[in-house]
Write a protein that binds this ligand. Structure first.
Ligand code: IMP
Length: 453
């Protein structure tokens, strides 16, 4: 059977931890989109591992697969594998032959375009990993795939076609001088070495066949989504999105298994008990910007900023990949309704309930007001979304609690006010909370339903 883990908000909901919690029974963890823009921290036997590309299950001895929907930077891949090896692990990572490869020119172009957009304040705030330009080449049918790297002739031919175009784009369109990142011979040499390692390590697979065989053999497969629904290229707030489909449909197209396989299993939405965002774009329930600007906030001057800073620090809300401080807001139900529909969630996991403990009151944006009307879900355009004013529901805050005790004793040991908050979310979304994150550690989780059992 399969379980798909999807970020229900804007990324950074704590998906890696959930993969851990439900992952004991899992044999294979497959990523289906994104690349080294995803940051996750895994704690295993008291050791902390920070990964951005290798599926987090690989730390625990599971087979990790980077599906065809991923974009793979081999430099990052081998850096992460080598770092894990140095620490005594032996990660088993497979890469889909159909996965597209990130080249140094993609990263340079990512930076150039962000810089150009920033002149009008239009930058997306990307992670700068070359994700967008690589997916552009995939859609433009000029991409180079993992399977191409191992064929010397094909690799050289493709580089000779594409690299001069990229150089012209950088130099003639954007007026930026470029270097070795755009040199066919240098790229050919570097990437041929990666190809050797991929072959020597028997890492290349036809992902769909590989996963189907493992499922047929009775193994358990988890699809690990990166990023989140609101930064999905189709269902997120375009253009402030990543260039792939983190939503559950991506688990089918990005692995080579059909939607029936994904839909047959559970699809679990990971929800942070509040909201964070790195990068640009609207955030109607935002509590004071990183720079301290709080449009339309009425709780008293400085209060929203203080709260945002408090939650940011309590929750350690700084980017894993970039270290950027994350913007903070209250939970947004129109966003979660959109997410529940797009992904067909069978359940959710609500994380970081501990971070909100100790506040006098906790708010939830239960709807939006737009053009004098109350709406329940997110408008399709970013401009309309930015016009939405949140309609808040206010809850009594809950007292600080001992996370270990709650995790040990179970749901009823949570303060009544926290349970009221959880049950409100369950009712509004019409799906049960399978688990609740009550502390930063893997064991500080209340598991009510394990989808693999
Ligand atoms: P890109 O994926 O680097 O192209 O960045 C596009 C947008 O997605 C930016 O707003 C990023 O901040 C955001 N983003 C990409 N990866 C993550 C992630 O893992 N967590 C949160 N936001 C992300």
């Amino acid at each position: 059977m399969t379980v798909t883990i999807v970020g229900s908000q804007l990324g950074d909901e704590g998906k890696g931890g959930v993969v851990d919690i439900f992952g004991d029974a899992v044999d294979v963890v497959a990523r289906y989109q994104g690349g080294d823009n995803a940051g996750h921290t895994v704690v295993h036997e008291g050791e902390e591992y920070k990964l951005s590309l290798v599926p987090s299950g690989a730390v625990r001895g599971k087979t990790g697969v980077l599906g065809n929907g991923c974009v793979v930077n081999p430099a990052t891949l081998f850096e992460e594998i080598d770092a894990l090896r140095e620490r005594g692990l032996d990660p088993d990572v497979r890469v889909a032959r159909r996965a597209h490869i990130i080249f140094p020119y993609h990263r340079v172009l990512d930076g150039i375009e962000e810089e150009a957009k920033s002149e009008d304040g239009e930058e997306v705030g990307t992670t700068g990993r070359g994700i967008g330009p690589t997916y552009e080449d995939k859609a433009g049918r000029r991409g180079i795939r993992a399977g191409d790297l191992v064929n010397e002739e094909v690799l050289r031919e493709k580089l000779e076609y594409v690299v001069p175009q990229k150089r012209a784009l950088a130099e003639d369109v954007f007026g930026v001088e470029v270097g070795e990142e755009f040199d066919v011979d240098a790229l050919y040499e570097e990437y041929s070495e990666y190809a050797e390692r991929l072959v020597e390590g028997d890492m290349l697979v036809d992902a769909g066949d590989f996963l189907a065989e493992r499922l047929d053999a009775g193994e358990e497969v988890m699809f690990e989504g990166a990023q989140g629904t609101l930064i999905d290229i189709d269902h997120g707030n375009y253009p402030y999105v990543t260039s792939s489909n983190p939503t559950a449909g991506g688990a089918a197209t990005g692995t080579g298994l059909g939607p029936g396989v994904v839909g047959d299993g559970d699809v679990v939405g990971i929800v942070k008990a509040y909201l964070t965002r790195v990068g640009s774009g609207p955030l109607p329930t935002e509590l004071g910007g990183v720079e301290g600007d709080t449009p339309g906030y009425t709780q008293g001057e400085g209060r929203a900023e203080e709260l945002a800073t408090y939650i940011r620090d309590e929750g350690g809300e700084y980017g894993t990949v970039t270290g950027r401080p994350r913007r903070v807001g209250w939970l947004d139900l129109p966003m979660l309704r959109h997410s529940t529909r797009v992904n067909s969630f069978t359940g959710v996991v609500i994380n970081h309930l501990d971070v909100l403990a100790g506040l006098d009151e906790v708010k939830v944006g239960r709807a939006y007001e737009l053009d004098g009307e109350e709406i329940q879900t997110i408008p399709a355009t970013t401009q309309r979304w930015a016009d939405c004013e949140p309609v808040f529901e206010t809850f009594d805050g809950w007292a600080e609690f001992d996370s270990e005790v709650v995790a040990e004793e179970g749901y009823e040991a949570l303060p009544a006010e926290a349970r009221a908050y959880v049950e409100y979310i369950e009712d509004e979304l019409g799906v049960p909370a399978y688990a609740l994150g009550v502390g930063p550690g893997r064991e500080e989780t209340v598991v009510r339903t394990n989808p693999f059992e």
